[in-house]
Write a protein that binds this ligand. Structure first.
Ligand code: ZN
Length: 375
């Protein structure tokens, strides 16, 4: 048996593999050691053989609630991802595998590789309405790339979308792929109507360094980008620094920051009720957007989510709060599950790239409903 994670986004350490009924593994923490939960590795073995994989440091991971009722994702062909029997007990996450082929890839969620990220950027740039802008470099000297869609007309609303501030939340970039494909489909009436009234500024991957390094939550120097928006710096958080500068240049009329949540088995929005400038008008607009998304996607719900901040008590270092307060605009964090949508279970795949892609399309529809209200 061979276990390896030395590839783009890979993460696992082999502690002991002498016994296939108790293969002991550990997740390597993000730089700085504060966070870990993301794993992504390949196991090559014998077809028909059963392996019991124990992640022995799961009990000290960032979100141990994330392991409850969680099933690990796996693939043989690196196209179709399915779930493996998984249980969490006494601080150990146990994954059972019986090999149908020689090699299987197992991950916390279906990865969105850096190569696929490059493919996405290359695919969209051939569209006449798209231009790519290099905003700057990360600390590992990767590109921070902005996808601009639309003619930049100043009379139009400016819609900003960012994904993967937390690099292990790969469903966020799957969602952006679905959203972009729909937005650039010349037969999509939603896209046509939106592009008539809006310019889009989309950062499909806010944290390429963390993505390639196999981090859960931070960049190359262990910084959580979603706590940097008030005081971004070139030393700690160039990813946010460059995006903030560009936002100040374009202005923002709607912001959508896409994430995944380890614990909650639901799709939900976190709004900006706690920012100092929050108004009755903003609350009405938020309600309209929430109701539109409820209509647009049966995967979305508004019953379960985070507690709303008390008025004036929002953490302004968080992207969606900072944008809401700075630009006085409709601003949301979208959360998708790592597990599954408990209202609509799919035991085979759980929450998946495909469902994230559909939610990206649905998100555009909800944006269209509020397009005349946001500017
Ligand atoms: Zn997140």
């Amino acid at each position: 048996m061979q276990i390896s994670a030395n590839f783009d986004g890979g993460n696992i350490e082999v502690i002991n593999q002498d016994n296939i009924d108790d293969v002991q593994l550990a997740i390597r923490p993000d730089q700085g050691g504060e966070f870990f939960q993301w794993f992504n590795f390949k196991l090559q073995g014998t077809v028909g053989q059963r392996y019991t994989l124990n992640i022995i440091n799961a009990g000290s991971a960032s979100y141990t609630k994330g392991w409850e009722d969680y099933q690990a994702a796996a693939t043989y062909d690196r196209q179709q991802w399915f779930r493996l029997p998984t249980r969490y007990q006494d601080g150990t996450l146990t994954i059972e595998v019986e090999l149908d082929c020689d090699a299987i890839q197992i991950a916390y969620f279906a990865p969105y590789s850096y190569e696929r990220h490059q493919d996405l950027l290359s695919a969209v740039q051939v569209h006449p309405l798209v231009s790519l802008e290099h905003l700057g470099l990360t600390l590992d000297e990767r590109d921070i790339t902005l996808v601009k869609v639309g003619n930049g007309d100043e009379d139009k609303a400016n819609i900003w979308i960012t994904a993967r501030q937390h690099p292990g939340e790969t469903m966020a970039e799957w969602l952006v792929e679905g959203l972009l494909n729909n937005l650039l489909d010349s037969d999509s009436p939603t896209a046509k109507a939106l592009l008539d009234k809006a310019n889009f500024y989309i950062v499909p991957n806010m944290n390429p360094d963390g993505s390639v390094r196999g981090h859960l939550r931070t960049n190359a120097v262990g910084v959580n980008l979603n706590r940097e928006w008030q005081t971004p710096s070139l030393e700690k958080s160039p990813e946010v620094y460059h995006v903030v500068n560009k936002m100040k240049e374009t202005g923002v009329d709607l912001y959508y920051d896409v994430h995944g949540d380890e614990g909650l088995p639901y799709v939900f929005l976190a709004g900006c009720e706690g920012v100092p400038s929050y108004s009755d008008d903003m609350a009405k607009l938020q309600d309209k957007f929430v109701n539109a998304l409820l209509m647009a996607s049966a995967d979305f719900q508004n019953e379960f989510g985070y507690d709303k901040d008390e008025p004036g008590k929002a953490n302004l270092t968080v992207a969606s709060n900072w944008v809401a307060d700075t630009f006085g605009c409709l601003s949301n964090t979208l959360e998708m599950p790592f597990k599954d949508n408990a209202n609509m279970l799919d035991p085979m795949s759980g929450w998946s790239p495909e469902r994230s892609i559909y939610l990206g399309e649905a998100s555009l529809l909800a944006m269209l409903v509020v397009i005349n209200d946001i500017k």
